[in-house]
Ligand binder design. Sequence first.
Ligand code: XMP
Length: 509
Amino acid sequence: MILIIDFGSQYNQLIARRVREHRIYCRIEPPQISTAEIKAMAPEGIILSGGPASIYEKKSPRVDLGIFDLGIPILGICYGMQYMADALGGKVKKAEKREYGLAELRIKNAAGIFSGIEKKTKSWMSHGDTVGSLPKGFRVTASTASTNVAAMENPAKKFYGLQFHPEVDHTPKGKRMLKNFLFATCKCKKTWTMKSFIKESIKEVKHLVGDKKVILGLSGGVDSSVTALLLHRAIGKQLTCVFVDNGLLRQDEAEQVKLLFKKRFKMNLKFVSAKRAFLNRLKGVVDPEKKRKIIGRTFIEVFEKEARKLRGVKFLAQGTLYPDIIESKSAYGGPSAVIKSHHNVGGLPKDMKLKLIEPLKHLFKDEVRVLGKELGLTEDLVWRQPFPGPGLAIRIISDVTQARLSILRNADAILLEEIRKSGLYRKLWQSFAVLLPLKSVGIMGDQRTYEYIAAIRAVTSADAMTADWARLPHSLLGRISNRIINEVRGVNRVVYDISSKPPSTIEWE
Ligand code: XMP
């Protein structure tokens, strides 16, 4: 495995992805990790990440100096290289000219980390400090017009430093450099496969759970579904999944979950129909945040009630993913992540003292999809677009009623059917319908109509932090509009949302 020390760079997860693409397991840990802990992990190599700090700031992140005596190859990137230079007796200074963006790298010797790379290549720079003098045993291996030490190495110790970012696409030969470090220097083997992950996880879960029982809140989304399947493989009927039908789901969604998990996978599934409780509490509520709070609270109540009915439950399983975990342990450790890691089920029944099981906590989303496929999850579910916990309630602008839910559900089903047919479903981050509380005038046959407006939202995005409205073909928009107006009673006008995030958001509420 490869250990990545997190000095706070925005690219850390990208480094991890690059390592895993080579089927090498890696972990991201904060700089507070001790040398003893690192030794116990026995990594084949260590990568010191970049970060926003300056080495001479009092609070700049530092890792135990003992890592340089472990005999393990180390690659320092940007701040990671400056830290290495400083820690080993070199000097870091403010750069005369800060360097941001693309710079031509002049490689002195196409060996070591630069093995097989031409002498002039592009590199992505983003730094205000620079290594002024090298630590003993090091030599300069590449420069740019404004940075003398753009790369350095101590081949005897297998220590390498890169001032630029090899993990980003803007450094075209960056992948080759990382490959050189991983295979030629660290002698890593390609052993990280989903089959090996499944085997290891099953062993771990069995050992942890013993003969006790586990409960899981199943939402029908990718993360909780894959968690359910993995645990089911490990402990079978000791796992009980609780699915809460809050009445705010899309067409056929609840039935599909029942069919798949109960009938096909033969799991213990507690199907709780709580539509009435949710809808009663939402009566007359217009404010989006109030809707969210009501739905969250009601969910916890229903879930807790079911959990109490099951005797002997000692564990609560959650589909927490690696990005949530990294955030909670990052160099500057934000408190937000603590909230996030519990947001899957909304909260633990405190007096039940359930222990957490999070079998996906070292995986990225795309790895969870591969795992899901490996465990026999349907393509449909593996590639499901995200759907918010509060469901259709935050897509009905204004208060939620049965009648409005039914209109929105029908319009949304048509939209999704057409998006799927067009082959665009997977290319879109999300695509859905929104029901506006406005009525407008229309004409159908010889009749004047006065009905609701439905909005269509389709966005592309990598992580929901930013999003762009999808340029759907006009012919597809035409079909969707035509079908919704003709087939959904209560809608006589369809509009397309052409706002990006920011400044808008993906959901309307
Ligand atoms: P926004 O609307 O903030 O959405 O651009 C970003 C992503 O988060 C989803 N979303 C939610 N998910 N509970 C959830 O579980 C919520 O209250 C919630 N609000 C928004 C949204 O669907 C998008 O993927």
